[in-house]
Design a protein around this ligand. Structure first.
Ligand code: IPM
Ligand code: MN
Length: 381
């Protein structure tokens, strides 16, 4: 049901996370005022730096706050000291298999059962690609528009480590339940997009038995429940070159966790880089949205990072909330935010270094403000 006020938990995290999230939250307030909806934002300090200081991932009760929220927005996690990933204070080992600062990402994905990681690979007109250190348009807008649906709870990400005499074993775990629900999600998404009505299963089933099971379940679900959707298959290594050469072939792509992690970053290259790449971690009851770039410690605190990925994650959140609560106001606001981002990109005047080069670069906060202005002007039209 539609509500007049939605509770959002904001997790700024480490590095550039707080800067880009601040832009996204300001834009969220503008979108809220345009939609006539109130957003109550609760910010929780967290991430690797928080762990190093407090020896705990985040303040007590934080997970419960995430659980109670209507949606979660994450900045980035990953803390570095002197160019090295810092998991803990010197001399204090972090208990395996957890990694400091990852409670927000891996912990929330698992504990809130956010089983589908939805990562659009969409090229907006005017975006340039950074190749050989130079910016030029390589791929064509309209020819890069597919969505990676990454299984988000298992595969090599269960955190299990078995100690063996000569090393460590991390299993690749694929279950029927997790595969059925994520492939069903992908098929439904293809129907909802109503473009090519095609889902490509990307895996390493030629060699990994567990991935063979993933592919078999994908086929079963597709043939049984989605006769209107075309089933397509690719091995992940080959897919990595096809998604660069022929992105127009793809509509919805579904993959086990680790393969999905890799192909979504690779795909981001064709859509303007990680500064524009977005992900929604979606379950049946909860969802968390995040830019898929990391914490980029070397750019932190410089007001330099591209905030558009964070703003587009907020946009995905609006869209998800609109569908979930049957709230047309949010669905409309999501459309306006996307149009505003597209317009700022097309104008090309206020963009960060990754899209226009250092000389013409605008600041992170300036890009955020440019999107705010566009939201207001598009809404007023
Ligand atoms: C991502 C990230 C994470 C992942 C890391 C931070 C654990 O790369 O969201 O894609 O591998 O899932
Ligand atoms: Mn990743």
């Amino acid at each position: 049901m539609a509500k007049n006020s939605y509770d959002i938990v904001a997790l700024p995290g480490d590095g550039i996370g707080p800067e880009v999230l601040a832009c996204a939250l300001k834009n969220l307030q503008v979108a809220g005022s345009v939609a006539g909806v109130d957003f109550k934002i609760q910010e929780i300090q967290c991430g690797g730096h928080y762990y190093v200081e407090h020896e705990t991932e985040w303040p007590e009760g934080s997970f419960e706050k995430c659980e109670a929220a209507d949606a979660i927005l994450l900045g980035a996690v990953g803390h570095e000291v002197d160019g090295k990933t810092a998991f803990t204070k010197p001399g204090k080992p972090y208990p395996e298999p957890q990694l400091a600062g990852f409670a927000q990402v891996i912990g929330n994905r698992k504990k809130l059962d956010l089983y589908a990681n939805v990562r659009p690979v969409k090229l907006y007109p005017g975006v340039t690609h950074k190749i050989h250190g130079k910016l030029k348009q390589v791929w064509e807008a309209g020819k890069v528009d597919y969505v990676v649906v990454r299984e988000n709870t298992e595969d090599a990400y269960t955190g299990e480590i078995e100690v063996i005499e000569d090393g460590r074993v991390t299993p690749i775990r694929i279950t029927r339940r997790a595969t059925e629900r994520v492939t069903r999600f992908a098929f439904n998404l293809a129907r909802h997009r109503n473009k090519q009505l095609k889902v490509t299963c990307v895996d390493k089933s030629n060699i990994i038995g567990a991935h063979r099971f993933f592919r078999d379940v994908f086929r079963e679900v597709g043939e049984r429940e989605f006769p209107d959707v075309t089933l397509d298959y690719a091995y992940v290594d080959a897919f990595c070159q096809w998604q660069i050469r022929n992105p127009e072939w793809y509509d919805v792509v579904v993959a086990p966790n680790l393969a999905g992690d890799i192909i979504s970053d690779n795909g981001a290259t064709t859509a303007g880089g990680l500064g524009l790449a977005v992900g929604g971690n979606i379950g049946d009851e909860h969802a968390m949205f995040e830019p898929i770039h990391g914490s980029a410690p070397k750019h932190a605190g410089k007001d330099k990072a591209n905030p558009l990925a964070a703003i587009l994650s907020m946009q995905m959140m609006l869209d998800w909330l609109g569908t979930r609560h049957k709230d047309e106001r949010l669905t409309r606001a999501a459309g306006i935010v996307e149009a505003a981002v597209a317009a700022v990109i097309k104008d090309g005047k206020t963009l960060t270094y990754d899209l226009v080069g250092e000389e013409r670069a605008a600041k992170c906060s300036e890009v955020g403000l440019a999107v705010e202005e566009k939201i207001r002007s598009i809404a007023a039209d």
